[in-house]
Write a protein that binds this ligand. Sequence first.
Ligand SMILES: Nc1ncnc2c1ncn2[C@@H]1O[C@H](COP(=O)(O)OP(=O)(O)OP(=O)(O)O)[C@@H](O)[C@H]1O
Ligand SMILES: [Mg+2]
Length: 338
Amino acid sequence: MPGAIYAEGLVKTFGDVRALDGVDLDVPEGTVLGLLGPNGAGKTTAVRCLTTLLRPDSGRAVVAGVDVLGHPDAVRRSIGLSGQFAAVDEYLTGRENLQMVGQLYQMRAKQAKARAVELLEQFHLTDAADRPTKTYSGGMRRRLDLAAALVVSPPVMFMDEPTTGLDPRNRQQLWEVIKQLVSGGTTLLLTTQYLEEADHLAHDIAVVDHGKVIAQGTSDELKARTGGERVEVVVHEREHISTAAEVLGGFGKGDTTVEEHTRRLTVPVTGGAKLLAEVIRELDSRGIEIDDIALRRPTLDDVFLSLTGHVAEEKPEGNGEQGNKQGNKKNTRKETAK
Ligand SMILES: Nc1ncnc2c1ncn2[C@@H]1O[C@H](COP(=O)(O)OP(=O)(O)OP(=O)(O)O)[C@@H](O)[C@H]1O
Ligand SMILES: [Mg+2]
């Protein structure tokens, strides 16, 4: 049986650009799928197709048990969407924005008011509740937009880069809200450029590049595909490199690589910390002095790099200096929008 979000062979072209080039997805009910990919990979296009905002050229999608192309209205009633760019009415206050959404969903006025109060509290917007949203900062708009997506608790939620533009504290808070939501049974598809976010929230991760899902699995599975763990040793003396290589070779599950100028040796291993202790004892018994030794596990960054050939665009807490230009520009625009 297909999951709460299911897609088969989705294709969407814009002129010459194949934004989606045959995307298949299957998200079991009550789980979170993280769609991970660089700028222009097709993440937003996938979300828009699945949420009935865009009609794919071909392919099939079923959301909350309903055929997306056949019954878009029914799909819309079962889903919540928070888009990549916050969609709030500038001239209404935060409270009014939330109440309006409630009323659009046919809530009684009293119920809509009460729900707005709850959400304002949950998203730390109570103090700003009665100001027009055009006075909100980018992060506040983002939070209001997410709150709006949660006015009614839909069984299936889509969040397109929910925490882009949030500071680390607000990002953490939002992660907590998302976890609560999912523990209540909601199925969620979220797109993100923050590997840490996918690692933290997603049961399954689909890496998208050039409109295709190029890898899918749990964070651990994807990391294992990137070569698993390895021991890295920096020896103190250049003359010790060959003996150290011999020692590491005895423990390794593959070839030892040696970087002469940094005196760094790396070998793939299995066995974790216990093995690391044995390696240290053996090096010591051979009289090899070491400057540094570490057990390295691949990060999602390594996975991303090895799959797409480029590093992830942005870092959650980085200063953005080395981040992707486009990504940063996007942030700046959002944060300064007035
Ligand atoms: N309405 C459109 N008209 C023309 N091209 C489009 C349109 N929407 C998307 N595209 C193109 O389709 C491709 C995928 O875009 P999409 O917005 O889905 O990427 P994304 O993964 O969401 O990127 P980002 O991380 O920057 O949000 C890009 O090449 C983009 O330029
Ligand atoms: Mg996008």
